[in-house]
Structures are given as C-alpha cells and as structure tokens.
Write a protein that binds this ligand. Structure first.
Ligand SMILES: C[S@@+](CC[C@H](N)C(=O)[O-])C[C@H]1O[C@@H](n2cnc3c(N)ncnc32)[C@H](O)[C@@H]1O
Length: 288
C-alpha cells in the first residue's frame, strides 16, 4: 500500500473516498444503514494512511463522513455532525498529537542493523508508539528471532497494528508511562523534542547493553554507537545503554522549545514521576 501515498494528489483521496462509498453501498446489502456507515467510516480511517502528509490524511478521513452528511442532511439528528470530529479524535487523540502524528517507518528501513546490533533468540523488542504497525514490521524484518511488542496511544491504530501484525504483542498505552526496563531494544520514531525525554527514560530504566534506536531524530548531545543512512536520506541512530548523563535543564528547555507542555503526570521512570507539571497533581516542579 506504500505506493498509494506516492501517487499524485488527489488520486489517493479520490480512491479512498470511492472505496468508502463502495463499502457503504455494499455494506447496506447485509447491514442496517448505521452498520454500513460504521464499516465505511472504518474504511475512511484506514485509508487515511494513504495521505503523505498530516493534512492529506485529515482530508481523506473526513471526505466520506462529510459528503455522506451533506447528502443525508435533514434526515439525521444534529449530533451526527460530530461524527467527523469523533473520527479525527479517534485517529489522533490529543495526547499523541503532542508527540508525533502517524508517519510510518518505511519498509525495510531497519534491515542491515542486525549486523551491528546482535539480539539473542527471543530478545524483547518494543516499538514505542507503534502507529499502524509499520515499525513493528520493520523490526521483525530486521530481527526475525526477536519477540516484538508495541505500545500505542490511539485505540484504532493499536487495533490496526494488532491486526496487521498478529505475531506482535500490541497494547494501548502511553509510551512515557510504560517501563522500558524489560526490553533489549526500544525503537522510536517520534519527534525531535521527544528525544531528550527518551534519554531520561533510557538512562533510568534500560538495562546495560540494551539498545535505543531512533529513526530520523538523534538524542541531543549523545553520540550514537552506529548511524545508518536510508535511501531517502534519513538516518537511523542506535544508542547503547547506559547513555551518558542527561542534563535536567536541557530536557526542560527542549520540552519548552518544542512546545510540548510537560504532561501533568510527568515522565515515569522506575515508577517515579519526573518533571510533573507545575501546579498539577503530582506536586510542584522540583529537581531530582
Ligand atoms: C511517527 S508515528 C510512528 C509509528 C510507528 N512507530 C512506525 O514507525 O511506523 C508515531 C506514533 O506514536 C504514537 N504516539 C505518540 N505519542 C504517544 C504516546 N505518548 N504513547 C503512545 N503512543 C504515542 C502516535 O499515535 C503515532 O502512532
């Protein structure tokens, strides 16, 4: 399906809208109208991944429900106009917007890393923020002997990645609240501003010798053990625990520079909440 987001815009959108309308029409043969509507909206959600950018995905996801509502206007209750908003919130819950919207890891992006990072049979590998499952697939392709885990904030994306990657253990949750201590390798494809947080988590939780791998975004001021260049020019950075010391002030200034409000509960490291937001439950900000 990767070729679809390379097609000239708006061809992916036209295909996606056509598919959603077709599934609505076919769905009505077996299902009540609302059942067919749910099927078509699910189709709109899934095909939104064909958009190469965030705005294109929004347009693809909203095309069917909006056009259906315009056509059906007058014959349904007013609250149904909230449907497109609900769809949007389902794909990109507000919490996940702060870190990274869905951009999939390209196929085979991690191939070749195994020559530098040897993982034992049954090693535990986590895709932290696994989106629609492309990172899970890339991890499996690179380390087929490993046990692959994923954590994802968005319910439908968690569901989609579990469907696409039945061999992985995928759960819904916050990657900053989950422990990274049980993993031999944690893979991230988030945002530049997320990387100093990742350093804090890694330093506090990851076992000596385990790996933190990041696509596209390096950890500031930490030298990677290995850097691989992808065909599209992006880089994959591999760090081995323990990382060098992480500076409290630089993490905080990265959070502010990235306009990522420190989340109310902070970043949980070894069960302890670091950087809790000022004036919120969890107490005032203090140094650890
Ligand atoms: C750029 S996408 C990468 C998806 C996947 N790892 C891949 O490489 O194909 C980032 C994903 O992280 C998820 N995410 C962002 N913040 C999160 C959080 N705090 N907890 C769990 N998932 C999160 C987003 O919903 C999105 O699906």
């Amino acid at each position: 399906m990767h070729f679809l987001n390379k097609l000239i815009w708006p061809i992916p959108a036209l295909l996606a809208w056509g598919l959603a309308w077709a599934s609505f029409a076919v769905g009505q043969v077996w299902l009540p109208w609302w059942g067919a509507l749910c099927v078509a909206c699910t189709c709109a959600l899934a095909t939104s991944l064909w958009g190469g950018t965030w705005w294109r995905r929004v347009m693809i996801a909203l095309g069917f429900p909006l056009s259906w509502m315009v056509l059906a206007a007058g014959s349904f209750p007013a609250w149904l106009w909230l449907l497109p908003l609900a769809l949007l919130l389902l794909v990109y819950p507000i919490n996940a917007w702060r870190d990274a919207p869905v951009f999939p890891t390209p196929k085979g992006a991690l191939d070749g890393l195994a020559a530098h990072i040897a993982l034992a049979e049954g090693a535990h590998v986590l895709d932290a923020g696994c989106g629609a499952g492309d990172g899970l697939k890339a991890l499996r392709s690179a380390w087929p002997q490993a046990r692959i885990y994923g954590v994802e904030w968005s319910w439908p994306l968690r569901w989609l990645s579990a469907l696409r990657c039945p061999w992985a253990v995928v759960r819904r949750g916050d990657l900053w609240q989950s422990s990274w201590g049980d993993f031999d390798l944690v893979y991230l494809f988030q945002r530049p501003e997320s990387m100093s947080r990742a350093a804090v988590k890694s330093l506090g939780e990851m076992r000596h010798g385990s790996w933190l791998v990041s696509l596209n975004f390096p950890i500031p001021d930490v030298a990677p053990v290995y850097v691989a260049e992808l065909e599209d020019g992006r880089e994959v950075y591999a760090y081995q625990a323990p990382l060098a010391e992480v500076d409290y002030d630089s993490v905080l200034s990265d959070e502010i520079a990235g306009m990522l409000p420190v989340r109310p509960q902070g970043i949980v490291v070894q069960g302890q909440s670091l950087y809790p937001r000022k004036g919120r439950p969890g107490g005032n900000m203090h140094r650890h």
